[in-house]
Design a protein around this ligand. Structure first.
Ligand SMILES: Nc1ncnc2c1ncn2[C@@H]1O[C@H](COP(=O)(O)OP(=O)(O)OP(=O)(O)O)[C@@H](O)[C@H]1O
Ligand SMILES: [Mg+2]
Length: 311
């Protein structure tokens, strides 16, 4: 196994009595988009700040690209790109001057800077607007520029903290497509904070789920689905009663059955025939119009996990 690009051991950070990050032990392999998924206040941003050495841990440690995040934070920050919660662009400078300035900070020679500006802005469809003052740009355009800046000096690892937060669904989908294409082209490892499940499913090869500072699960989105949500069947029709539901719940293959928008949603313990279940529904007076089979979405899985933690 190659060295993980990020490795944390018991990483913890408290603010007074709040445990923002609590005993986080995590390994992220190089070459993937890793999604750090959790609700508001889960500790995602604090984790990125710890990994970049912008914040000191109260306990535990983190190694990023082989460097200790406390003792060698400068080495880490010189080698990583980041799009943090506040993009921090210079609104009075043009797009190309923003990138150029950034390249200078990283001591990139002028011809390299010029080539890189053209390459990235072209890929993000911003090349024609490169002379505009960034202050006049839309939020989506600014965020794309911030992504370009994070990638500008060819870092092997970038951190993106909720890149599509506050976007409308169309703009979010467009930025995700751009991100997926760019990340593939550049072969960069990405640590992506998100509370958006669609985003995690679209972009991430692996997902870590965090809540109240604690890591609940790590795996690829499919594995998470398998561990938590089994196969499902949705029975569309009418005349379903509480009695129908309790009969279903008595069946050994049924993990869960509930009425949702007048449909019956059944979660099965494993793949298999549902004919007997449908007969049972009909016998108890229900009328079945349609049966939809499927697997739990990552969203179902996520909600289940959050519920289980609360118990
Ligand atoms: N500088 C700080 N001072 C005090 N408390 C803080 C500080 N930074 C974070 N916290 C607390 O730590 C917890 C985790 O916050 P964090 O910003 O890491 O969450 P998050 O997962 O990024 O949430 P969001 O999705 O809302 O961005 C929260 O309870 C927050 O109030
Ligand atoms: Mg955050």
């Amino acid at each position: 196994m190659p060295e993980p690009i990020i490795k944390t051991e018991h990483l913890s950070r408290s603010f007074g009595t709040i445990k923002a990050v609590d005993d986080l032990s995590l390994e992220v392999p190089a070459g993937i988009v890793f999604g750090f998924l959790g609700p508001n206040g889960a500790g995602k941003t604090t984790t990125i700040h710890l990994l970049l050495g912008l914040l000191d841990p109260t306990r535990g440690n983190a190694r990023v690209l082989g460097y200790d995040s406390h003792d060698q934070a400068g080495e880490i920050r010189a080698r990583c790109g980041a799009l943090l919660e506040f993009a921090g662009l210079y609104e009075r400078l043009s797009a190309e001057d923003n990138l150029d300035l950034y390249g200078r900070i990283y001591h990139m020679p002028a011809p390299d800077r010029r080539a890189r500006i053209k390459e990235l802005l072209t890929h993000l469809d911003l090349w024609d607007r490169r002379k505009d003052r960034v202050g006049k740009w839309s939020r989506g355009m600014k965020q794309k520029l911030a992504v370009a800046r994070a990638l500008f000096h060819h870092p092997p690892l970038i951190f993106l903290d909720e890149p599509t937060a506050g976007f409308d669904p169309v703009a979010a989908a467009a930025l995700r497509n751009d991100l997926a294409a760019l990340v593939g082209r550049e072969g960069v490892t990405v640590f992506l904070n998100t509370h958006n499940l669609t985003e995690a499913e679209k972009l991430c090869a692996q997902v870590g789920v965090i809540r109240e500072g604690k890591l609940l699960k790590v795996g690829n989105p499919d594995e998470l689905r398998m561990n938590t949500g089994g196969p499902q069947a949705e029975i569309v029709g009418h005349g379903f009663s509480e009695q129908t539901l309790s009969l279903l719940r008595e069946r050994p293959e049924v993990a869960h059955a509930e009425l949702q928008n007048s449909h019956i949603l059944i979660e099965l313990r494993k793949e298999g025939e549902i004919g007997p279940l449908v007969s049972l529904i009909v016998q108890s007076g229900g009328e079945v119009e349609d049966i939809r089979r499927g697997k739990a979405s990552l969203e179902d899985v996520f909600l289940t996990m959050m519920e289980e933690e609360k118990k």
